[in-house]
Each structure stands twice: as C-alpha cells, then as structure tokens.
Design a protein around this ligand. Structure first.
Ligand SMILES: Cc1cc2nc3c(=O)[nH]c(=O)nc-3n(C[C@H](O)[C@H](O)[C@H](O)COP(=O)(O)OP(=O)(O)OC[C@H]3O[C@@H](n4cnc5c(N)ncnc54)[C@H](O)[C@@H]3O)c2cc1C
Length: 389
C-alpha cells in the first residue's frame, strides 16, 4: 500500500522536452473539465525544453509541409497562440523565428502541472499490490537537492529522448528503463551530423569555414544510395551542413558488422557545381568564381570539370554531441502506435525520440515528438475518463 501522505499522480511525464511538453499541454487541455486530474513533469535539467531552444539554429524548425501530420502540430501551436510561417522548402518556424518563444508557450501551457526540474529519474518500476488492487508505477530518482525521492503514478509517459545532444540532458537513460520493462531497443547511433572525410592531397583544416553549394552523393559498395543538395560547410576534418546531415542515417553497419568495417564500404562524391554542365566547366580556366578562392585552389592544375565529381573517403561520422537525432530506439512493434501505449506494460506510454522513429532535417523529428506526445496524452486522458464512468 502507498502511504497516505504520498501523492499518486494520474500521469507522470518523464522528460520535459518537446514530446513531454506537447503531451503535458494536451493532457491539461483534454482534462480541464475533469477537476482533480493530476499531472507531474519530471525533468533532469534545471529548466524545461532546453533542447527546443537550440533547434533550427535557435529558430525551431517545428514541422514540414511534407509531414502528413503537420496540421496536428500547426493546430496545436495555434492553440497556444504561436503563429507560424514556412520557407520555400516547406520548413515551418514560429512567426517570431525564436525557438525560445515555442518553449515559453509550452512552459506557460503546463503551469497547472507539478513541474519538477532538476529531477533525474533513475528507475521506474511497476508495483503490484498483494491485495489485488490495480497496480501503479513508482518513479525513483534524485531531486534538485540531490536527495533520493519517489513519485507514484497510474500512468507514465516516457519522453526522455534519445542520446543525441547529451549536453541538453539526453543521455539514453530512457533505454535502460524501457529494457528493464522488457522492451527491445534497436541499435542506436548518432545521425544528422557532420562527416569526417578526406581527399588525396587536400588539407581540410585549411578549408575550415568555407561554404559552397553542392550535391552530395553517398555510395555504398560503389553504388549511389542517397543524394541531397544544399550548402556544404567545410570543417577542420570534413564536411557538414543539412545536405550532409541527411546522408548520415544511411551510413550504418549491417547486422553483426563492425561500424569501422562498414565505413570502408561507403564513399561520398560531391558535385560542387550542380548548376553547371561538364562542358561549361571544361571551358573555364579556373573553378574560382564558382567556388571561393580557398576551395578553388584545391583544384588548381586539374580539369575544372573534376569539381563535379570530387571523391571523398569517409573516416567517420561525428558523435552524439554534434548529432541532432538518434537513429534507433524502443522497437515500434512493441508499442500500439494508435495510442503510444506499451504492448508489454499497461499504463506505460512512449513519445518522441526515444522510439525507433527518425526523419531527415527539416522539422520531421520535432513533428514526431509533438505528434506522438499529443497522441499519447489523448489516449491517457480518454482512458482516465473511461475509468471514471
Ligand atoms: C542542436 C539541435 C537542433 C535540432 N533542430 C531541429 C529542428 O530544427 N527541427 C527538428 O525537427 N528537429 C530538430 N532537432 C531534433 C529534435 O530537437 C529532437 O528530435 C526532439 O527534441 C526530440 O524530442 P523529445 O521530447 O523526444 O526529446 P528531447 O527534446 O531531447 O527531451 C527529452 C527530455 O528528457 C529529459 N531527460 C532525459 N533523461 C532524463 C532523466 N533521467 N530524468 C529526467 N529527465 C530526463 C532531457 O533532459 C530532455 O529535456 C534538433 C536537435 C538538436 C540537438
């Protein structure tokens, strides 16, 4: 039995990021008629939504015209007073272009909940009382004061994110908890990040900071598998930029293959002049004028048309700190995707990057977070209402 002095919440949301806050705001909205419904948000950081503030270069690319569920997101944010606009590539941003405004609107919307920032969840377990009464969840962790604490709930929503950007609080804690409940977690690796690479005779350090428009093509075993066009940014040891990020989900090992071995099978070719034909380039004396002086110097003494087919050898993919998303996560076939409830543990729900769902750059990952959070909140609220009837 729970001691009387211990409060049991209807819902505890583990993680106050994009998915957790969208769920909390929706839950509050859906249950506002049902006085007495209780909600607690547990967040490791000292403030809610720290990663949201960093998204979209501080502008928060919150969904994309190509997302089938984009209207769920747009309606949700309109309900919070956040208007949006989209660029020519279909990327939606808040009208003010400020990611922190999105976080503020969400934080304002959840002010009716018990929000406990600085709370690091360590264990979540299901308690089954001997007296045959309904089970409940016990969440154990350390509070802002560093002391162990326990919180109880009828429903738990796991919205603890993945492993990308650990500096924002996401260190994969949710996977350990999901596994302890018997859930499978598919192999996770960092994606939407830069690539370390090299080309013969090129000192990449000298190109650091150079930008160029280009098409990047990823080859596996010599065959092109994915391509993207956009701004390529040169780093001290390779290339970065959205078009490069979008190659990284495809740079992965096959089952039982070591990642280092798999890397040998991938190469990148770069077309640094996608708007020009080879003939047009062959007629030029230099690549300067299409490329900046520093980058053009790399091709001095060669046929200018080689800038359309520049071969790069991949040395590695940047790690979790630089990654914008996680590939892999809690297996989808163990989750009812209509309600986001675990198929293994009644009352346990998942939303956001913790699940094995990932998209390219452009608002797709935040869309997943908002949409699954809103869906879970709706299902939990409905379940509570049914239980009250
Ligand atoms: C720099 C950057 C820029 C990005 N830009 C975009 C963009 O513009 N558009 C886009 O679609 N996607 C973008 N993404 C990806 C997007 O931010 C994530 O996919 C999204 O935030 C995932 O939402 P989430 O709620 O699942 O996880 P998160 O937003 O990461 O939230 C999880 C929360 O859980 C908390 N938590 C974790 N462990 C514990 C614990 N043990 N106890 C308590 N709390 C815990 C974390 O502190 C965190 O606040 C970007 C990512 C990064 C890193």
């Amino acid at each position: 039995m729970i001691e009387n002095r211990m409060m049991k919440y209807d819902l505890v949301i583990a993680g106050g990021g994009a998915a957790g806050l969208a769920a909390a705001a929706s839950f509050i909205r859906e249950t506002k008629q049902d006085g007495g419904v209780s909600l607690c948000i547990l967040e490791k950081n000292d403030a809610l939504g720290r990663k949201i503030n960093a998204t979209g270069g501080g502008r928060c690319n919150l969904t994309n015209e190509a997302c089938p569920g984009k209207n769920i997101t747009l309606d949700f944010f309109r309900g919070l007073g956040i208007e949006t606009w989209h660029d020519s590539e279909g990327r939606y941003y808040p009208y003010t272009n400020k990611a922190s405004d999105v976080t503020k609107a969400l934080a304002d919307a959840v002010c009716g909940a018990d929000v406990r920032c600085g709370f690091t969840i360590k264990v979540i377990s299901r308690v089954k009382p001997d007296d045959g009464s309904e089970g409940y969840f016990m969440i154990t962790g350390t509070g802002a004061d560093g002391k162990m604490d326990m919180i109880f709930a009828d429903h738990v929503l796991m919205a603890m994110g993945g492993k990308a950007g650990p500096q924002y609080g996401t260190t994969g804690d949710g996977y350990t908890i999901a596994r302890a409940f018997g859930h499978s977690v598919t192999t996770v690796f960092p994606i939407l990040t830069g690539v370390s690479c090299g080309a013969e005779g090129v000192d990449f350090a000298s190109l650091k900071g150079v930008r160029a428009k280009g098409t990047v093509i990823l080859h596996k075993d010599g065959k092109p598998i994915v391509r993207d066009t956009g701004e390529i940014q040169f780093t001290e040891d390779g290339i970065s930029g959205i078009c490069v990020f979008n190659l990284t989900p495809h740079i992965k090992a096959d089952k039982r293959e070591k990642f280092e071995d798999a890397l040998q099978r991938f190469t990148i070719t770069v077309d640094l002049a996608p708007d020009f034909t080879e003939e047009e380039l062959a007629a030029r004396e230099s690549a300067f004028g299409i490329l900046t002086e520093q980058l053009a110097a790399v091709f001095d003494g060669t046929d200018v048309s080689t800038i359309k087919n520049w071969q790069l050898k991949i040395d590695g993919v940047k790690g979790w700190r630089d990654a914008q998303a996680t590939c892999g996560g809690v297996a989808l076939d163990e989750i009812n995707m209509d309600t986001m409830e675990s198929r293994l543990v009644p009352g346990l729900y998942f939303a956001g990057e913790i699940i094995d769902a990932q998209g390219p750059c452009g608002g797709f990952n935040l869309q997943n977070a908002w949409e699954t959070g809103i869906k879970a909140a709706g299902a939990i609220a409905k379940g509570i209402k049914k239980g009250d009837e």
